[in-house]
Design a protein around this ligand. Structure first.
Ligand code: COA
Length: 171
């Protein structure tokens, strides 16, 4: 049952790790990671990740990091929204919450990867591009044959930007 309780957004903490692991497992086509990886996301990458919680339950999660060689670029690793909470704008809100943090003050590009058939994901990032008035470019980055040994669909690198968050925050 969908609860009417408000959704709270926050940085994840280490104790969210197993809930993140379970949420990702329940959100195909996302690749599951090891629980250890999810703990690292909730620990080392907490400042650039988002937990969305309702009634104490994790209903949404974004993992992200600032690309080490390019400090103006935020990479979104995964976006997951619990089936019960989809279609309510939650993924878009989590992205906006993240971009509004001080750590993103010098971010002018956002990148993610999407498989060709993941329409919800394409729509999510197209919508964001419109919202922050950014150009969106994409090209295959991890190729099914060359990189995945035919065991995973190709992942396109999607790049939004350049954008100026100080301006777009007021939109
Ligand atoms: C993709 C996902 C995160 C979207 O979460 P959500 O909270 O339902 O998305 P939002 O409500 O914020 O919608 C954002 C945009 O995506 C579109 N969208 C969402 N679900 C959609 C669907 N099933 N089909 C087509 N478009 C969809 C919305 O219409 C909206 O665009 P619009 O405002 O232009 O109409 C969610 O469906 C999910 O967790 N899917 C499984 C995991 C996954 O594929 N993650 C994406 C990898 S980055």
């Amino acid at each position: 049952m969908l609860s009417s309780q408000p959704i709270k957004f926050r940085k994840p903490v280490l104790t969210d790790g197993m809930s993140v692991y379970q949420l990702i497992q329940s959100c195909p086509p996302l690749d599951t990671n090891s629980s250890y990886c999810n703990f690292l996301q909730c620990g080392h990458f907490s400042s650039t990740s988002v937990a969305a919680e309702r009634d104490g339950e994790l209903v949404g999660f974004i993992s992200g990091y600032i690309v080490p060689e390019r400090p103006d670029t935020l990479f979104i690793w995964q976006v997951a929204v619990d089936k019960q909470a989809r279609g309510l704008g939650l993924a878009s809100k989590m992205l906006t919450q993240l971009l509004n943090r001080d750590i993103c003050n010098n971010i002018h590009f956002l990148e993610t990867t999407i498989t060709e058939d993941n329409l919800p994901s394409w729509n999510l990032f197209k919508r964001l591009a419109k919202h922050i008035d950014a150009e969106l470019q994409s090209a295959v980055w991890l190729d099914k044959q060359i990189h995945f040994n035919d065991q995973h669909d190709s992942e396109s690198l999607v790049r939004l930007g350049p954008f100026n968050l100080e301006v777009t925050r007021d939109l």
